[in-house]
Structures are given as structure tokens and as C-alpha cells.
Design a protein around this ligand. Structure first.
Ligand SMILES: [Zn+2]
Length: 87
């Protein structure tokens, strides 16, 4: 049987439920309770959001940093060229 790993947003407990149960919860919108009793909603793909978005966010931040660094270099070069052209 395929299992689905659940990460509790409140207490960070990690536990597994059968994939069929996970699909049922997602379809029905019923609440799942973690071993410590926190209520978890399955409206969205929580695990995927948890894993992918943090990676995407850090990649986006890194890309933005390198982009702004590149823009800074371009601006400096432009200013240097302008000064050279002015004489
Ligand atoms: Zn919990």
C-alpha cells in the first residue's frame, strides 16, 4: 500500500497515512488529526507546498541578488563609458 508522509504545521510531527486516506481527506475536505491532536486541513497539497515553495523562494531570492549585483556592475560600466565619452 502506498503511504503518504504528513508534516504537521503546528507541532512538526511527521507521520504517515495510507495514500487512499490522504486522497479521501483531500477530496472531502475533512480534518485530519496529528498524533498530538492538531487539526490538519487537506485542502491544498501541504507537503508539496512546504517543500517546493521554500526551495523556490530561496532560489528566487538568490536570482534577485545576482540580478541586482549584475545591474550594479552595468550601471558602473555605463557611468565609466559616459565619463570617457565626455572626455
Ligand atoms: Zn501536530
Amino acid at each position: 500500500m502506498k503511504m503518504y508522509e504528513v508534516c504537521c504545521d503546528s507541532c512538526f510531527s511527521i507521520f504517515t497515512i495510507p495514500k487512499l486516506v490522504e486522497e479521501h481527506l483531500r477530496d472531502s475536505g475533512e480534518t485530519l488529526y496529528c498524533p498530538k491532536g492538531c487539526g490538519l486541513s487537506f485542502e491544498k497539497k501541504k507537503k508539496d507546498v512546504c517543500d517546493d515553495s521554500s526551495i523556490t523562494k530561496s532560489r528566487l531570492a538568490a536570482t534577485k541578488r545576482s540580478l541586482s549585483a549584475t545591474q550594479g556592475v552595468v550601471t558602473k560600466l555605463r557611468n565609466r563609458i559616459r565619463k570617457l565619452n565626455q572626455g
